[in-house]
Design a protein around this ligand. Structure first.
Ligand SMILES: [Zn+2]
Ligand SMILES: [Zn+2]
Length: 347
């Protein structure tokens, strides 16, 4: 067995390098990586946008990739939950298991979490990795390792929808129809939302949203999204608004389109100063919440996909092999208009 990694050696520059096979600890499994899907945070690294948080000098060389599906080829001597030959989804955050947050079940808030592809922790765009067994989940036969990788972005959608308490009959607006917006849409539909309005600037994203079950879409480049949503809802607004675009503009819209007694869920990573009308929110008795990653979602994501309740593979718009990882990242980063999700088939 020969291991290789896609190593980012400079901004927008990848090199495929031979690297040692991973050592496998007693509580770890060895995984032959099969699929890695590319996330917004990976792209942010690729084009240098993340240097403001992780300085280039210390972050590079760096291996990206935290959305991973693979097959177990070795197990440490203490491992009981998976066996050799199992195909698995890899949860990228490994919490400490000991702090107050972990012990209260909110392990996404663990201050000592070890998260793949977050410096100094290297990512998983390699042929073989070792990984703590308790953060690895076996998938059933009718599910692909690509779908296993997609459990990661779907987990964000599931977490958003659970936090927003979406239920049968809920009306929702999803601001942003990129990968996370579409995963939120899939989750909202699975939880029973009957009115799902998606806004975006790109028609391709909105067509995908309609294909995945949106009831209405609004291109906010061509029309006033707030006015259109008011029109669609008879001036009432909706039960739950999800901001997934990570933009100050959409963030500012949330308090205008949430209905009375409704909930706003901040999902996107907004880096700029953002205008937000607390007065609007207060007048409606609305609630504002945010989510940070997710916890306890992998088993649900796997069941939802395996049962056919959520067809997550439909978000994939481009597929590449390991040797073409550079092209995969260029497509994902430079062709956002026509690319929702790019996946690298490692093997
Ligand atoms: Zn991700
Ligand atoms: Zn912890």
């Amino acid at each position: 067995m020969k291991n290789q990694a896609v190593v980012m050696t400079d901004t927008r520059v990848f090199e495929i390098q031979d690297v040692p096979m991973p050592e496998i600890g007693d509580d770890e499994v060895g995984i032959a990586v099969k699929d890695v899907s590319i996330c917004g945070s990976d792209m942010h690294f690729f084009d240098g946008g993340a240097y403001s948080i992780f300085p280039k000098e210390t972050a590079l060389p760096f291996v990206l990739g935290h959305e991973v599906g693979g097959e177990v080829y070795a197990v440490g001597k203490n491992v009981k939950n998976v066996k050799i030959g199992d195909r698995v989804a890899v949860e990228p955050g490994v919490p400490c298991g000991k702090c107050d947050y972990c012990r209260s079940g909110r392990y996404n808030l663990c201050p000592d979490v070890v998260f793949l592809a977050t410096p100094p922790v290297q990512g998983a765009l390699k042929r073989y990795i070792s990984y703590p067994a308790h953060s690895v989940y076996t998938i059933p036969d009718n599910m692909s390792t690509m779908e296993a990788a997609l459990c990661e972005p779907l987990s964000v959608g599931l977490s958003a929808v659970r936090t927003g308490e979406v239920t049968v009959g809920s009306s929702v607006v999803i601001l942003g129809g990129g990968c996370i917006g579409l995963c939120t849409l899939l989750a909202a539909k699975a939880y029973g939302a009957t009115r799902i309005i998606v806004t975006d600037l790109f028609d391709f994203h909105l067509e995908k949203a309609l294909e995945l079950g949106a009831t209405d879409v609004v291109n906010s480049k061509n029309e006033d999204a707030v006015a259109k949503i008011q029109e669609l809802t008879g001036g009432k607004g909706v039960d739950v608004v999800f901001e997934t675009a990570g933009s100050p503009y959409t963030a500012a819209q949330t308090s205008e389109i949430v209905g009375r007694g409704g909930t706003i869920i901040m999902v996107g990573n907004i880096m700029q100063e953002t205008p937000f009308s607390f007065r609007n929110m207060y007048k409606k008795g609305a609630t504002l919440k945010s989510i940070f990653r997710y916890c306890n979602t992998y088993p649900i994501a796997i069941q939802a996909i395996a049962s056919g309740r959520i067809d997550v593979k439909k978000i994939v718009s481009a597929e590449f092999d390991f040797e073409h990882s550079q092209a995969a990242f260029e497509e994902a980063t430079d062709n956002k208009v026509n690319c929702v999700k790019a996946v690298i088939h490692v093997e």
